[in-house]
Design a binder for this molecule. Sequence first.
Ligand code: C2O
Ligand code: CU
Ligand code: CU
Length: 527
Amino acid sequence: MNNNFSKELEEENYEFYNEVDPSKPDTITKFVDDINKPRVLTPRCINSKGTYYEVEMKECYHKFHKYFPKTRVWAYEKSIPGPTIEVLRNEKIHVKWINSLPLKHFLPIDRTLHGAVDNPEVRTVVHVHGARVDSSSDGHPDAWFTRCNAITGIKFEHEVYRYTNDQQATTLWYHDHSIGITRLNVYAGLVGFYIIKDTLERKLNLPCGNYDIPLMIQDKSFNSDGSLFYPDSPPFPVRVKPSVTPFFLGNTIVVNGKVWPHLKVEPRKYRFRVVNGSNTRNYNIALSNNQSFFQIGTDGGLLNAPITLNEIPLEPAERADIVIDFSKLKGESLILKNLGDNSPHTGVLMEFQVVLPLSSEDTSKIPNILYPIKDHLEEHMATRIRTLPLTATQDDYGRPMLLLDNKMWHDPATEKPLMDSIEVWNLVNLTAFPHPIHVHLVQFKILDRRLFDEQKYLEEGILEFIGDPVPPREYERGWKDTVKADSKMVTRIIMHFKEYPGDYVWHCHILEHEDHDMMRPIRVLKE
Ligand code: C2O
Ligand code: CU
Ligand code: CU
């Protein structure tokens, strides 16, 4: 062993450095790796038609932890997360998403799932989650393409996607969305940030530049040799192998591609754009010193006014834009925790070390008013109210399967909103657990959650509310594209399908559910 290395180990007291077994969280030293802020993608060219980017998907080897061997992953531009796409509101960009992946998957494919039966094994399609975008650039699950576009899905229209970014500044994220293998492609590493900025936001003087850091939180499990572990069957006997599993919970936490990293910060305010990029796991993020922080935004952009919180729960795909003030913590370390879990491992996300000197006075602000409320949506404006049950049933192989509106993915579209219409959706969750429901194309508002007469609904099909409506939780009172549909409740959302007609989807963002028919088409009709 070289001397510097051993000295470093001694200094930082890494007793377990040679006993690290990536499959055993107990042996993995935490807070060893510096977190990386993914680089911002540079355009290939900028011309009168807009900004043009290329993003290539490749197999490569990634270091998740200093003491892990390198791990085979699939990544955008060989980086996990992929490079951040940063745009201005209304800036037109084109992105050529290039599939240069192998033809064989390295994770277990379930051939019985929709779209996986006789399609090529490795398919990709990229969706910018939360974007208001033309349907042919939305990354429809059937718009997949294989390496060099040799074979394409029925919805594939063009290889260069076009984004107009006609929406409020916010943190979106891009990820794979191909039919039947989304859970595997995302788990393999196909995720990245997509950040929209605007002048209104810039004027607010929020923490920016080095003090504005996106955090992608995911859970993963590894084999002893450092390779990614993903189960090839559920934790109960089934006739199919490999088989989809109804949930996946990893035993380590990965933030921006590093297992339990740390971030060295200055004693000042920082903005963190937190994305839950996990397959199934939800988090309840909080700081170990119980310090409160400010939430300034939700999925779809800045809140009208900041709120002070001690914890924020995040379901898969939900985002929280927060500001943490480290100014009184010089020299201290604090942990970003997951209160949703008592485990010493998955209950811990990362560490902040307030050890950097203040490079200049912190003049950033958290103004009392962040963003003017526009597009006010009220229930009486809706022209259509849909009641959509979330149910549990069994598939042809006797496996548990979760459905939306009791229909399978391939059943014809029934959610067909008219362009420029406002709809209210009653998400009636009849299952025993919550599901993060995501609607493409729109940002919606949560109206309320309500208890209902379950028996009446099941027997007579009549939705009768009991009890008062529960207003949305404090941290979800902004624009949302993903909502936690609580068990045994009706979660009511309102949205405006504005200018784009065509085929989109809505689905549960637990990727194991999405791949197993908990996804439905949406067809926005011109008239
Ligand atoms: Cu984040 Cu349809 O997906
Ligand atoms: Cu989406
Ligand atoms: Cu679900």
